[in-house]
Ligand binder design. Structure first.
Ligand code: NAD
Length: 253
């Protein structure tokens, strides 16, 4: 059912939150747009400017790796300046109140952690762009380590241990999904009685399967997105409004 107005959507969501024992939020890039980080698919989003570099291309080509890091460093001022928005803060309040055991996110911006979620309680399906990893041995690197080497010769660096390429700790198209995270997300989706999909176009699979998994396991499903999504017909409540406006009233003290 689509909420007839923002106000009625907020009221119905408030009732559902009050009635729920276990709430699991599932977030996409839309929750972070008000913090200044563009999403992928909105007009002017990253997708329209830079087609993502698939994983096999990154592995096979130094040029692709150089380009990937050039883009990442071009985005750094935006990521570094972003502070949790109203959506992040509202979810953190519900987490603090014990209503949310953990959050599933497609986002890579670290803003749920910055808003107060413990690292272990943020299930990152697509990894995290605020640090880097060797794709061979998994050694972690600070972005500043990569930047120093990249600035020296314009080349994306390799691991000091195994000489394999170093990549942001994100999951690219064509890269295997993280198993433990997928497993934990599925468990959370099955356990909850309210699942809230927030700011995701719900077209990136397999992540987009979790709302339906929750719904089929008996949870109520809420979708908050300022545009239609392919899964609206399955939702108990669709709030087609701005996320900050919708979740702002749930920010606690
Ligand atoms: P998406 O770009 O495909 O979809 C974002 C959705 O949010 C769109 O449907 C858009 O209409 C909606 N939206 C944007 N701003 C909104 C607002 N203020 N209020 C209400 N709705 C709003 O993003 P996705 O579904 O998360 O999938 C894209 C992939 O891109 C993700 O897997 C993620 O890894 C990656 N990504 C992450 C970030 C980030 O971490 N902030 C940013 C861009 C892309």
């Amino acid at each position: 059912m689509i909420a007839t107005s923002l106000r009625s959507g907020v009221e119905q969501l408030g009732d559902m939150i009050a009635e729920a024992a276990i709430i699991v939020p599932f977030t996409g890039a839309g929750i972070s747009t008000e913090t200044g980080i563009p999403d992928f698919r909105s007009p002017g989003g990253l997708w329209t400017r830079n087609k993502p570099i698939p994983y096999d291309e990154f592995v096979a080509s130094q040029d692709a790796r150089d380009e990937a890091w050039r883009r990442r460093f071009a985005m750094e001022p935006t990521f570094a300046a972003a502070k949790p928005g109203r959506g992040h803060r509202a979810l953190a309040s519900l987490y603090k109140a014990g209503k949310i055991p953990a959050i599933i996110t497609q986002n890579i911006d670290n803003l749920h952690q910055a808003s107060g979620f413990k690292t272990d309680d943020v299930i990152e399906l697509h990894g995290n762009t605020t640090y880097a990893r060797c794709i061979g041995c998994g050694k972690s690197y600070e972005l500043s380590w990569v930047k120093t080497r990249f600035d020296a010769d314009g080349l994306a660096p390799s691991c000091i241990v195994c000489d394999e390429p170093v990549k942001t700790a994100t999951i690219s198209f064509g890269q295997a999904m993280p198993e433990a995270e997928m497993h934990r997300a599925a468990e959370l989706a099955r356990q909850c009685d309210l699942f809230i999909a927030i700011g995701s176009s719900l077209v990136v699979w397999p992540a987009a399967g979790f709302p339906l998994l929750a719904k089929n396991a008996g949870a109520r499903l809420v979708i908050i997105n300022n545009e239609q999504t392919e899964q609206d017909e399955h939702a108990d409540l669709v709030i087609r409004h701005d996320i900050g406006e919708t979740l702002g009233p749930f920010v606690g003290n």
